[in-house]
Design a binder for this molecule. Structure first.
Ligand code: FAD
Length: 497
């Protein structure tokens, strides 16, 4: 309620926020979590909580009147359609040079992501976060994060014959025939549930193509893991459809937090202010960066340093499809949870996930989301004229990532005698180079914050999400975000509370 006081306020309910809430609560601290998205616990008129990937509806996108699908075309035909403006689950947030996809709702990105739970190779970690003790991360915090998230390995014997992973086996064959290391990628999806989906004994979710607009079954999202545990302590409250708009120091200590309550069409239902001893920014790389840059520029938090807003990257994301020969059919039923990757990071700067095309028909296509080692980094800045935050990303920068991804797919195409598909991204585009699923950075560890996420200039303010990571993790990011949050919150609890 407006006017109330909380010991710890957490902005956002994604990975960083959920770790902070659970560990603080276990240490005896009462926590209030503020989440701009919905709670996603009530079925719609179709009896399902989440819409299907193939048939987006009002629930699918955050406050848009037209869908913005990552694969904009199917067999060459544009598939975007009009929807009603609603606080839907996937935000396609548009900046000048890039569209940043993010989850909105209690559970953040865990609601919409592919569940790929990848720990980076240890020898690559020091290039990602040089000020962090890698030995500690790999002995303590990565294992803790993997356990907390419910990460498990692909059941290999089942996978080898499962029809829903035919596309991944084709991906492996092509990778190996071109001499690339092929790796299995753990996931948070319940593999037993998926096997039952394949056997036809339970309601299909991954095998019905559910993913970017939510999974109705099978995926261990944060509301089923960290947030369930956090709620069970009795010390954590969550306010969905509430957006933090300001944080300012309060005379006498602590902070005043301004909050806007949203209607499901995005309007303002009420504005509230609460006070908190400590505030954890866990609004995601874009959400946290936008807030901090605005608060510094508008005088609410003027002592935030010049590193705030810097070091933002797209994890080098680019997508492409390849046209297979008729003998390399990829299957009509494809699990929406990717299970494998092609690792050419060392030689070519690219790690490619073998992605599904869960359309229900045979496409003879292989789709890949590459993560590449691009050095490009952008900066968020306050735009006084628009009253918004801009990002200096340049669309042309993606060429670096394309060049790196091509070290894999040009070689595979040559070996297989195949070509790129041109019917997925509009026109005759081969590369989807206009988006990222993996925003990282903007409040980089040991720069904008100290080495544990304490914001420099303000005692009691912390950053604990993907904005701490300077633009790249060499693999899919959420395990690293979670592990770093586990490391930082442990230090904060032992030394600051
Ligand atoms: P988030 O999870 O983004 O959480 C931030 C939360 O804060 C959100 O719920 C947001 O609504 C809320 N918020 C923002 N601003 C405010 C505000 N002002 N007030 C209140 N609340 C606010 N990663 C992987 O590792 N593996 C994958 O397979 C994978 N697949 C992906 C697929 C898709 C389609 C997408 C979009 C992402 C995928 N990712 C994947 C990326 C992963 O989900 C993100 O890296 C991760 O969720 C980021 O965690 P976070 O804690 O930094 O923030």
């Amino acid at each position: 309620a407006s006017g109330s006081h909380v010991p710890a306020l957490v902005i956002g309910t994604g990975y960083g926020g959920s770790v902070a809430a659970l560990r603080l609560a276990q240490a005896g601290v009462d926590v209030h979590m503020v989440e701009m998205g919905m709670s996603w616990d009530t079925p719609g008129s179709d009896g399902k909580i989440f819409a299907n990937t193939k048939s987006p509806d009002d629930r699918s996108f955050w406050l848009r009147t037209r869908t913005k699908q990552p694969l904009s075309n199917f067999l060459g035909f544009p598939i975007d359609k009009n929807v009603n403006k609603y606080t839907g689950i996937l935000d396609a947030e548009e900046f000048g040079g890039i569209t940043v996809y993010q989850g909105r709702g209690v559970g953040g990105g865990s609601l919409v992501n592919g569940g790929m739970a990848v720990t980076p190779q240890r020898d690559r970690f020091s290039g990602i976060l040089p000020s962090v003790d890698a030995a500690e991360m790999y002995s303590t915090y990565y294992p803790r994060a993997n356990a907390g998230l419910g990460v498990t390995d692909v059941p290999l014997a089942w996978w080898e014959s499962a029809a829903c992973y035919k596309y991944a086996r084709v991906g492996r064959k092509h990778a190996e025939r071109s001499g690339f290391p092929h790796v299995f990628v753990p996931n948070v999806y319940d593999w037993d549930y998926m096997a039952q989906e394949a056997a036809g004994s339970v309601t299909k979710s991954a095998l019905a193509g559910e993913v970017i607009f939510g999974n109705n079954h099978g995926k261990k999202t944060l509301p089923k893991t960290y947030l369930a545990q956090a709620k069970a302590t009795g010390r954590v409250a969550i306010s969905p459809l509430h957006e933090v708009t300001s944080v300012t120091p309060r005379s006498g200590g602590g902070y005043t937090v301004a909050i806007r309550q949203l209607s499901t069409t995005g309007g303002t239902v009420a504005t509230k202010t609460v006070t908190a001893d400590r505030v954890f920014f866990a609004a995601g790389s874009v959400g946290t960066s936008k807030l901090l840059v605005k608060l510094r520029a508008t005088g609410a938090l003027p002592n935030l340093n010049g590193e705030v807003g810097k070091g933002w990257g797209d994890n080098g994301n680019v997508m492409c499809g390849r046209a297979n020969h008729m003998w390399d059919a990829t299957g009509t039923i494809q699990s929406s949870m990717p299970s494998t990757g092609i690792d050419n990071w060392g030689a070519g700067g690219a790690f490619a996930e073998v992605a599904p095309i869960p359309t229900g028909i045979e496409t003879y296509a292989s789709l890949y989301l590459s993560i590449t080692n691009t050095p490009r980094r952008a900066e968020f800045s306050w735009n006084a004229a628009t009253g918004g935050v801009d990002l200096s990303w340049q669309a042309a920068w993606k060429q670096d990532s394309i060049t790196m991804a091509k070290t894999i797919f040009d070689k595979i195409n040559k070996k297989e005698g195949t070509i790129y598909r041109t019917d997925f991204f509009g026109g005759t585009k081969v590369w989807n180079d206009q988006l990222t699923y993996h925003p990282l950075g903007g409040a980089v560890l040991n720069k904008a914050t100290d080495n544990y996420g304490r914001l420099r200039g303000y005692a009691g303010l912390y950053v604990i999400d993907g904005s701490l990571i300077p633009g790249n993790t060499s693999v899919n990011p959420f395990v690293t975000i979670t592990a770093l949050a586990e490391r930082n919150i442990e230090k904060i609890i032992t030394t600051d509370l």
